[in-house]
Design a protein around this ligand. Structure first.
Ligand code: SF4
Ligand code: MSK
Length: 655
């Protein structure tokens, strides 16, 4: 493969080496499949409807020119559905699917939380008592002289009810700035219950129901809000209480964390309850002894995708890589088992594993893969389930073939920046607050804050979009908050250590990072933890000086390499919370100008935040910076920034 060709696939050297190895081992991987299978240009822009058996109906725009009014009038499905209805239906179905994925994750966490509180799930217990009590106070649950378990039962039950709530509004909406809550109520998008919104969206998008694109997108907003301020937030909060609220932790990332002389066990997916238990049981001396009896030097636990983020944030367990590296970990030939639960797990893993000795182990009864080994993870008997899974991996060590090559790339990172940690780092234990961050935004050392999140997408160069965008932002004094696979891209490139501030950040941002001792790019967790960014934004509003709503903040969001439906739900709840949000790669409503205009323009009038699409990550970063500057101007703090750039006294102070 030519050097240029290789670079086009990934900017990550470990990835490039493993793509080559897969090819020489005769093993088909996602990068190769993407060459032969091209995306359908009609479906990609939301112009194909398959919602009934009279279709699928394709309603493409004419190529390379504006459509005439006559053509537009005819651009309809068999049932008469317009291109607008079709694009909007497809878009809100993506939101419903993403919200369902996060919601079901949250529901499972609430179930395990409740079982643990009742003593029915041995091995799990409350780890963060302070957060438990704070949440109880917030939810109006009595603390008095009750035990943690009693309080946790009440919290768990209340959390479960949020999914099936039929009327009223989700409890965590109250966390948003007051002005934002009022706006949601006024516009009629305050979600009732998580399940209800998802089901209603599926109903409305059924053949022959809601056929007004604005009305459909309105329900899309309500559904997305039930994810961000509902399912996702419930998951993050209860996970923190049960498994511990993250605090700064050092670790390493990339395929070089695999160890040739140990049993390599990869955990991949999203829900932390399995990974947490495996993390504990893998250290059991009995398990380690068993691994040694097979000729290995121990058990090396490695994370992949968002499960990786969960156990990185709480235990510092190293990360193998992000979404597009899942098959490549197997290609090293050194992985005994890849244990998966739900979401972002490529079915291709099973085929890749056939080329080597790796076992693919599915663990969730709702997510099986043909050809994989299934070992049900039973949360009520978690320790025994974890032991069976680890034993299966150990037993596979002796089946290794000779074709082992671990790329020698790994990078150090600091993770663990939960909202609570940022609050503490900035303000101290007794004065915990976002005040110093707000002050530094007001005085212009920090220009603004950006959330850069989301997946990898094989249609663009792996990690390139994330890195180009994040580097551009920090160079321009924008503090970057990250989650998901995007965070991993930055970590691999060395942006998540404090020293990165001096090397890559503008002098204002670098000075603040140096003073506080943080990297210019903060790892806030898994995709589900985007709720932490909502809380951080709300805390900035509440600390004062930056307006009275999230939409007033000099802040923006982005997903430069998105691919999953969850990303669309996340983007939509950020937009509806008042954040300008730009996506890369492709945009799924380009088949309808009206739908796209509504999302890109009208939503700003309605929500103060809106969508944008820009495939060039550097241009996208500048759109975010422009938005941040617009907000600074509206707040009257644009002058402070000019002073930062030109005032010598301030420069001396920075030095
Ligand atoms: Fe075609 Fe209408 Fe059926 Fe969609 S719902 S497939 S547009 S006939
Ligand atoms: S794992 S949703 S590829 S970020 Fe959360 Fe990564 Fe996107 Fe999955």
């Amino acid at each position: 493969m030519a050097e240029e060709e290789k670079k086009k696939k990934s900017v990550d050297q470990a990835t490039v080496e493993m793509i080559e190895k897969a090819s020489s081992d005769g093993c088909s991987i996602v990068f190769e499949r993407a060459e032969t299978l091209k995306p359908c240009p009609i479906g990609a822009v939301g112009s194909c409807c398959s919602n009934c058996a009279m279709g699928p109906c394709r309603v493409p725009l004419p190529k390379g020119r504006e459509e005439t009014p006559e053509e537009k009038a005819k651009r309809r499905g068999i049932c008469g559905a317009t291109a607008e209805t079709i694009a909007a239906r497809n878009f809100v179905r993506m939101i419903a699917s993403g919200a369902a994925a996060h919601g079901d994750h949250g529901r499972k966490v609430a179930e395990v939380f409740l079982a643990a509180a009742k003593g029915e799930a041995p091995g799990y217990q409350v780890k963060d008592e302070q957060k438990l009590l704070q949440l109880a106070l917030e939810l109006g649950i009595s603390i008095a002289d009750r035990s943690n378990e009693e309080i946790a039962v009440d919290i768990g039950e209340l959390a479960q009810q949020e999914f099936g709530r039929q009327e009223g509004e989700l409890l965590f909406l109250r966390r948003a700035p007051l002005k934002r809550q009022e706006l949601w109520r006024k516009l009629g998008v305050a979600p009732r219950g998580v399940d209800r919104e998802v089901v209603e969206t599926m109903h409305r998008t059924h053949m022959g129901v809601d056929q007004d694109y604005k009305n459909l997108l309105h329900q899309g907003v309500r559904t997305a809000l039930s994810d961000g301020w509902g399912g996702s937030m419930i998951a993050t909060e209860l996970q923190d209480i049960l498994f511990g609220t993250p605090s700064p932790v050092f670790s390493q990332i990339n395929l070089g964390v695999l160890k040739e002389d140990q049993v390599n066990l990869l955990i991949h997916g999203h829900e932390p309850q399995l990974a947490e238990m495996i993390a504990v049981v893998a250290q059991d001396p009995e398990m380690v002894k068993y691994a040694k009896s097979k000729g290995s030097n121990g058990i090396n636990l490695v994370g992949m995708c968002c499960t990786a983020n969960e156990i990185l944030m709480r235990h510092g367990i190293p990360i193998g890589g992000n979404f597009l590296q899942q098959e490549l970990a197997i290609v090293t030939g050194a992985v005994e088992a890849i244990v998966v639960d739900v979401q972002c797990i490529m079915q291709g893993l099973v085929e890749v594993a056939r080329c080597y000795h790796t076992k693919v182990i599915t663990t969730d009864d709702k997510a099986r893969i043909q050809g994989a080994t299934h070992i049900t993870f039973d949360e009520y008997n978690a320790i025994e389930s974890a032991k069976s899974i680890i034993r299966a991996a150990i037993d596979n060590f002796t089946n290794r073939t000779k074709s082992i090559r671990i790329p020698q790339y790994k990078t150090g990172l600091i993770a663990g920046f939960s909202h609570e940690t940022i609050n503490y780092l900035l303000g101290g234990l007794f004065r915990a607050s976002y005040r110093p961050l707000n002050d530094n935004i007001i005085n212009g050392r920090i220009r603004g804050v950006a959330g850069v999140v989301g997946c990898n997408n094989v249609r663009v160069t792996h990690d390139d979009g994330h890195l180009a965008m994040v580097r551009e932002l920090i160079k321009n004094d924008v503090l970057v908050l990250q989650t998901g696979c995007s965070a991993m891209a930055s970590a691999k490139a060395g942006l998540m250590v404090p020293e990165a501030a001096v090397q890559y950040a503008g002098e204002g941002l670098a000075s603040v990072c140096e003073a506080v001792g943080i990297p210019p790019v903060l790892h806030m967790g898994a995709c589900i933890d985007n709720s932490r960014i909502l809380i951080a934004a709300t805390a900035m509003v509440k600390d004062g000086g930056l307006g009275d709503d999230i939409s007033d903040l000099p802040a923006a969001g982005a997903a430069p390499e998105w691919m999953s439906e969850k990303a669309i739900s996340i983007g939509q709840y950020f937009v509806a919370s008042g954040v300008f949000t730009v996506f890369g790669v492709t945009w799924p409503t380009l088949g309808s100008k009206e739908v796209t205009d509504h999302l890109f323009r009208d939503m700003e009038d309605m929500y103060g935040g809106m969508w944008a699409f820009e495939p060039d990550p550097v241009k996208a970063a500048h759109m975010m910076i422009e938005h941040i500057d617009k907000k600074r101007k509206a707040l009257g703090i644009d002058k402070a920034r000019e002073r930062v750039l030109y005032d010598m006294a301030m420069r001396r102070e920075l030095e």
